[in-house]
Design a protein around this ligand. Structure first.
Ligand SMILES: Nc1ncnc2c1ncn2[C@@H]1O[C@H](COP(=O)(O)OP(=O)(O)O)[C@@H](O)[C@H]1O
Ligand SMILES: [Mg+2]
Length: 223
């Protein structure tokens, strides 16, 4: 699915900060990977690069066999839209849109007709057991419910890859465990799942784990 080779990322020109210092990692199709590491170690930066939201400063990234450096920004965003679902710690729901409208939004941008949008969004809400809350606004939902909605939104394009940046970071342990379970199920259904987590207990339940420290892989991954 993704192959990273000697990926480096530097931010800033005057006082450059090298956030990734040569990361090599193979993520096969249907992998379930947990990235663990302290705050500031470069986890989100790495996930952004895997998610084609940002380009590396150097190194090679192959996504579904394509060398990403050879793709235009438009081609990258097309690939991102069709292949990747994102889930974030703080949900990133739009506060004045209902649950159903939030989930439909990616399909709106893809110009899917309204009836079809609604149908797919309802299927995805059902998938995360939130179909009984489709008219609610995000402020009327609990944190765990918001994250379920955000997961439903990430699924509407049927992306083979799900990238989640500390998806349980704002949730209590029990709710976090329930949300984590959804990612486990998605992996079993055939998705490739990459999850960043601070929670050692949850990470222990993931078959493929890599540690990252100061921009380097410290265990797991390719040397
Ligand atoms: N856009 C940016 N510009 C400058 N520095 C950044 C940017 N994004 C992240 N950083 C810095 O890079 C380091 C790693 O950040 P990040 O990848 O978010 O770490 P993590 O997710 O592991 O906490 C931090 O020191 C952060 O301040
Ligand atoms: Mg982060």
């Amino acid at each position: 699915m993704i192959s990273l080779s000697a990926i480096r990322k530097t931010y800033g020109m005057e006082q450059p900060l090298e956030v990734l210092r040569g990361v090599s990692l193979e993520i096969p199709d249907n992998d379930f990977l947990a990235i663990v590491g302290p705050s500031g170690s470069g986890k989100s930066t790495l996930l952004h690069i895997m998610g084609l939201l940002d380009r590396p400063t150097s190194g090679e990234l192959h996504f579904e066999g394509k060398n990403v450096a050879q793709l235009s920004d438009d081609e990258l965003s097309g690939l991102r839209g069709s292949s990747i679902g994102f889930v974030f710690q703080s949900f990133h729901l739009i506060s004045h849109l209902s649950t159903l409208e939030n989930v439909e939004l990616p399909l709106f941008y893809l110009r899917v007709p309204p009836g079809k949008r609604r149908e797919i969004a309802r299927e995805c809400l059902h998938r995360v057991q939130m179909d009984h809350r489709e008219k609610h606004l995000p402020t009327q939902l609990s944190g765990g419910e918001c994250q379920r909605v955000a997961i439903a939104r990430s699924l509407v394009t049927h992306p083979p890859l799900i990238l989640a940046d500390e998806p349980t970071g704002n949730l209590d342990t029990k709710t976090g465990s329930e949300i984590f379970r959804i990612f486990t199920d998605l992996h079993e259904e055939g998705h490739t799942v990459v999850i960043i987590t601070h929670d050692r207990g949850l990470a222990a339940r993931v078959p493929h784990r890599v540690g990252i420290m100061d921009g380097l892989i410290v265990d797991g991954g390719a040397a």
